[in-house]
Design a protein around this ligand. Structure first.
Ligand code: NAP
Length: 317
């Protein structure tokens, strides 16, 4: 099968289209013919080994996993002898968690992994754009125990995680203020934001509003500045925190009456099935900025690396 392989960390041209062995499903696995994947901010970090700490987990001198890509949508081509939940021909979408391998024509995944039937109302490109931002936003909003009528501030509302967080917070009945640039105001309004702050014109930390939940999806403002906008017993979500913000957040959580949520998320079937239900209920719409063919994945990486994408960048396989 064809796959995008990288054998060294570096710029987008380390990604090479190669012929590799097609995987064979084990007894509890399904083989999926991938129709679409996506380039996420996490893939760019792994390709570049940025931050350096990536190397401690994914290979010190060169990557131990040679095919990136964590999201996929496609068709079940064959199943292992013990598989019960899926059958040949099912249209499915999901996330590989830390296993990767979705920049390829085929992938094998356990049937109980982060996997669900694709809603028939959306394309494979759209389905592949859901799990990365969707599951991250869902994980943190559930942990924050978000409730109806709570005031929620989402910083970075136009990215993959942010655009999912806006829609999920709305689906829980929250009142959402989204922070984005001028170019993305229409987008964040179209996915449900009640109020929008254009960060190129206004400093949201100076507007005097207090929130029940602050979801910082892009890590562009200091923890101490944004904490001042959080009510007592409120929750701060730092989904994009680096090491220093994680420690600041943990300290803030211990020293103030505020809950701070951070850390890496794990992908499980329940969350993807929940998101499928929301799509079917028309409460969640995947946001796609651009689509590239698999052969041009280097260009897609270079675009995502600029940090200005709107929602997701889909890859047609
Ligand atoms: N904790 C976890 O397990 C987990 C899971 C998923 C992702 N993440 C992390 O979350 C971060 C975000 O991921 P993502 O994929 O959502 O990023 P992304 O899609 O690349 O975010 C880019 C968006 O952020 C906007 N933006 C840039 N600067 C901004 C600012 N100062 N204020 C508001 N918006 C701004 C950009 O638009 P403009 O430039 O036009 O403003 C663009 O729309 C990454 O660091 C990723 O590693 C963590």
């Amino acid at each position: 099968m064809k796959a995008i392989v990288y054998t060294q960390y570096g710029p987008s041209n380390v990604l090479q289209l190669k012929e590799v062995a097609k995987p064979v499903p084990k007894e509890y696995e399904i083989l999926i013919r991938i129709k679409a994947t996506a380039v996420n901010s996490g893939d760019v970090r792994l390709r570049k080994a940025d931050p350096f700490a990536v190397r401690f987990f994914f290979g010190l001198r060169k990557p131990k996993i040679n095919i990136l890509g964590s999201v996929f949508s496609g068709e079940v081509e064959s199943v292992g002898a013990e598989v019960k939940r899926f059958k040949v021909g099912d249209q499915v979408f999901g996330h590989t968690d830390m296993h990767f391998g979705a920049y390829a024509e085929y992938i094998c995944v356990p049937e109980d992994s982060s996997l669900a039937l694709k809603p028939s109302t959306i394309s494979h490109n759209e389905a592949a754009s859901i799990p990365f931002g969707g599951v991250a936003a869902l994980h943190f909003l559930k942990k924050a125990m978000i409730k109806e009528n709570q005031k929620v501030l989402i910083v970075g509302a136009s990215g993959a995680v942010g655009s999912a967080a806006v829609q999920l917070a709305k689906s829980y009945g929250a009142i959402v203020t989204a922070v984005c640039s001028t170019a993305n105001i229409d987008l964040v309004k179209s996915i449900g934001a009640d109020k929008v702050i254009d960060y190129t014109k206004e400093d949201f930390t100076q507007l005097g509003e207090i929130y029940d939940v602050i979801f910082d999806a892009v890590n562009t403002i200091s923890v101490s500045r944004s904490l001042k906008l959080l009510r007592k017993n409120g929750t701060m979500i730092l989904s994009a925190a680096g090491l220093s913000e994680t420690f600041q957040g943990l300290w803030a959580g211990l020293s103030s009456h505020r809950k701070v949520l951070t850390g890496l998320i794990h992908h499980k079937a329940d969350d993807i099935i929940f998101l499928k239900g929301l799509v079917e209920a028309k409460k969640f719409k995947p946001v796609i900025d651009r689509t590239f063919p698999l052969q041009q994945i280097g260009e897609a990486h270079a675009y995502v690396e600029q940090g200005h994408k709107k929602g997701n960048v889909a890859i047609e396989v």
